[in-house]
Design a protein around this ligand. Structure first.
Ligand code: SF4
Length: 690
């Protein structure tokens, strides 16, 4: 906190403007430094995307920078299992030796590189992928193995690209499995000002969130049944002719097939599947269809189910048949800045990426391996053996499904290196851990394409030296150089690399350095499809998809019970009668990060299992009592917390806690058949008291 007394020495203070690099919210920050040390962070009121907003994580950055838990130098595990400090030169030599050993003994494909959520939107990610191309492994993966990619694929199959919701000008906003108050807080003020202007709000979430409290309608479906609910909306809208006939006739293919698919999902039937009362389904479907323009924002909760891809397809179809595509207040298509490409063509004769054969659509969309299959590749050598892994900005032991199996798999690897500012549960299993600078310690590009209709690109400049640690980009550049790939990594500095990336936009690092509010590279215009068509094979919205049909998937949105459900597995459901949903976001944390920052852990203590008092009473659970939660995979001990905001019969725990790892309960075997996404939001569980 800067006080009046400290401000007397104002000449020591400098101020910098940058953009937060913690999540994809692109919040502008004003940083106060004293002699190069970050003292305070405030929201940048002049920033065009966030207009002064920052969340508690952003405010906690000074604490993050000064945390006594920060790793200050590389460490290597000794033969007795202790950690030994080593020099950076030794660390890089160790990595080069490990990488060459893997390649010489098992072939290049036996190495995988995984970049987690901390790498989203960061410049080092495409360079790590480029490194994989040079090394000769197709096994590069990102957090897209369990976040965002599924809904992106569903929208791309349907429309040709992924739209964003234009909250500000909407007459009806549907938040479907999404709670921006926890995941994208700067959007809440936009939603609430639309509400102030008369916009209606529908929240679809098994938990009664703060936004659900303020909504016109709150539907609480059983987790994993969203596709059935979308089909019921479609049923009502088609049966009552509330759709846009003109748009459907001119711009869609497969409406008859979609109508047939929706015909048997009347609200009464869907009430039995979803537990949402039929009159409420009708009311919500009519409200959405009759308010124009209307938009739907879909959260990761929809994706993390065995039927998640189809649910996202059903919701996409709803937006299409109501004519809400690419209009102000609807689902609008913007553009991402097209930077100079870094990806290399896979070498001839290389084995396919892990997951590419089982999930061809996922592979074609992402060109990435499916990380949820890595444990199988390590433990069972299927489809072939993985022997080495480099993890950057991720903590698979806490964030990948079936954590017990993930832990056994990572422990079996011949080479595991982790790049992270902190010792994580995954880092403890590694041979080598390299610390890296935070986002304030290097130059980054930011792009607000996921947040605004008029996306901007800008530089988040280096603000401080951050313990003189290298950035993730510098680490990958050094590894590549020492492996002999320097001709393909000719950039000496981040500035040079950014200049290369910006060439495609005819911009330079210096141009953007002087534009703290970024460069607006795209101006949205409505109904672009009238000029260019949709970016699908037919040029239209594909309610029926030939691509899906050819690959053996349901060509129109189709509901399938969650792999584990009170309906699908009657025998198991008797033993595990509760529906467990894991991974609900909390504003103070992002996945497994920041639990060690005191200001945040005081604001958001945990872990706990949320349980409806009616459910708790049925199982004799007292508020605040410690219980065990068990699934078919494992058991965790956790405190019970009563809340009437959760649907009876459903229990919820956030993920990312070391002491109660929710992913010990989740499954990595039965995955979404199209994407390989795990069913983290809908598995069966029971409460055990001892
Ligand atoms: S929402 Fe918070 S963490 Fe995300 S960019 Fe904004 S300040 Fe950073």
């Amino acid at each position: 906190m800067i006080t009046a007394r400290t401000m007397e020495n104002a000449e020591h203070f400098t101020h910098s403007r940058t953009v937060c690099g913690i999540c994809s919210g692109t919040c502008g920050m004003t940083i106060t430094l004293e002699n190069g040390k970050v003292l305070a962070i405030e929201g940048d009121r002049d920033h065009p995307v966030s207009a002064g907003h920052i969340c508690p994580k952003g405010r906690a950055v000074p604490e993050l920078l000064g945390s006594p838990d920060r790793l200050q130098y590389p460490i290597k595990k000794t033969s007795s299992g202790t950690w030994e400090k080593i020099s950076w030169d030794e660390a890089y030599s160790h990595i080069v030796r490990g990488l060459n050993d893997i390649k010489n003994s098992y072939g290049s494909e036996a190495l995988a590189v995984h970049v987690g959520h901390a790498g989203v939107g960061k410049e080092f990610l495409p360079y790590a992928e480029r490194f994989c191309g040079l090394y000769g492994t197709p096994n590069f993966s990102t957090c897209g193995s369990h976040c965002f990619e599924s809904k992106s694929m569903a929208n791309t199959v349907t429309f040709g690209s992924m739209p964003i919701a234009d909250f500000a000008r909407s007459k009806c906003i549907v938040l479907w499995g999404k709670n921006p108050a926890s995941s994208a807080p700067s959007l809440v003020s936009e939603i609430m000002s639309a509400r102030g202007a008369g916009c209606r709000i529908i929240v679809i979430d098994p938990r009664r969130t703060g936004l659900a409290e303020k909504a016109d309608l709150h539907l609480q479906p059983r987790p994993g049944t969203d596709c059935a609910l979308a089909l019921a909306f479609l049923h009502v809208i088609i049966a009552e002719e509330l759709y846009s006939r003109e748009f459907v006739d001119r711009w869609t293919v497969g409406f008859d097939a979609l109508s047939r698919a929706a015909a048997s999902y009347d609200p009464e039937k869907v009430e039995k599947i979803t537990w949402v009362p039929a009159p409420k389904i009708r009311e919500a479907a009519r409200l959405y269809a009759l308010a124009s323009p209307a938009c739907i924002s879909v959260g990761v909760a929809i994706e993390l189910n065995t039927n998640g891809f189809q649910a996202a397809r059903g919701i996409a179809a709803l937006q299409a048949i109501t004519g809400n595509l690419d209009i102000a207040g609807g689902a609008v298509f913007t553009d991402e800045a097209r930077l100079s490409d870094l990806q290399l063509t896979p070498g001839a004769g290389m084995r396919p990426a892990i997951g590419a054969v089982v999930y061809p659509l996922f592979y074609n969309a992402s060109k990435n391996a499916q990380a949820n299959l890595y444990a199988q590749a390590i433990l069972e050598e299927q489809p072939y053996a993985l022997k080495g892994l480099i993890v950057a900005g991720s903590n698979p032991v806490l964030t990948w499904p079936n954590a017990g199996r993930v832990r056994s798999a990572l422990a079996k690897l011949e080479f595991l290196a982790v790049i992270d500012p902190f010792m994580t549960a995954t880092a403890h299993l590694a041979r080598l851990v390299l610390p890296c600078a935070s986002f304030l310690g290097g130059h980054e590009l930011w792009d607000s394409s996921h947040m605004s209709l008029e996306p901007r690109i800008g530089i988040a400049p280096k603000v401080c030296s951050d313990k003189e640690l290298p950035t993730n980009w510098e680490i990958w550049k050094e590894i590549a150089t020492r492996m002999g790939y320097e001709d393909f990594f000719p950039w000496e500095t981040e500035e040079e690399a950014i200049n290369y990336r910006l060439k495609a936009l005819k911009l330079t690092f210096d141009d953007l350095r002087h534009m703290p509010e970024g460069y607006a590279y795209h101006t949205w215009t409505d109904k672009k499809y009238e000029t260019y068509g949709f970016k699908t094979a037919s040029g239209k919205v594909e309610l029926y998809s030939d691509t899906l049909n050819r690959l053996g998937y349901d060509p129109v949105p189709a509901y399938h019970e969650p792999a584990e459900s009170p309906v699908a597995l009657t025998g198991t459901a008797l033993e595990f009668p509760l529906v467990l949903t894991t991974g609900a976001r909390r504003l103070e944390y992002i996945h497994s990060r920041f639990r060690n920052l005191k200001s945040l852990s005081v604001r958001a203590p945990g872990p706990y299992i949320e349980i409806n008092p009616a459910t708790a009473e049925h199982y004799g659970v007292i508020d605040g009592e410690n219980v065990f939660i068990e699934s078919l995979r494992g058991r965790i001990a956790v405190r019970a917390k009563y809340t009437s905001s959760i649907l009876p019969g459903v229990i919820s725990i956030s993920h990312g806690w070391d002491m109660a790892n929710a992913n010990l309960l989740t499954d990595d075997e039965v995955l979404d058949p199209v994407t390989g996404f795990p069913a983290a939001r809908s598995i069966l569980a029971r409460i055990v008291k001892e």
